[in-house]
Design a protein around this ligand. Sequence first.
Ligand code: CMP
Length: 139
Amino acid sequence: MTSNNTFTMIKPDAMADGHMGKILAHIQAAGFRFKALKMTRLSQAQAEAFYAVHAARPFYGELVAFMSSGPVLAAVLEKDQAVADFRTLIGATNPEQAAEGTIRKLYARSIGENAVHGSDSDENAAIEAAFFFSGLEQA
Ligand code: CMP
């Protein structure tokens, strides 16, 4: 069965660049409901754990350093087809290849500092939501 939830983070680049409010409004205007929301800062060990699936990739060290460099805003979002629709909303990983009007096209700095995360499957959405939030925190 397809879940209606996805997980997102507004990444340290977009937080530092003052885009948090505009990105939240963009997400809401697209019909997503916020089930959980938290501003926090990942330690290096937490960023390593969250991105463990990418540990063998050449950019892993850079990714972990960046994701622990400043605050992030983590959220669980609800909508029909949340995972697929949110990935359409944020655009391609590389903002140079992202469609016009997508969050990454509008706000990302680069492929590594790309403004937002979006889960790539229902299974990963549940794992990633549980990394940041308890069941009690998802209303
Ligand atoms: P995201 O899809 O949120 O999670 C994995 C992240 O790895 C991805 O966003 C990018 O920020 C980062 N990433 C992917 N490819 C590269 C790359 N070639 N160079 C640097 N970072 C990358």
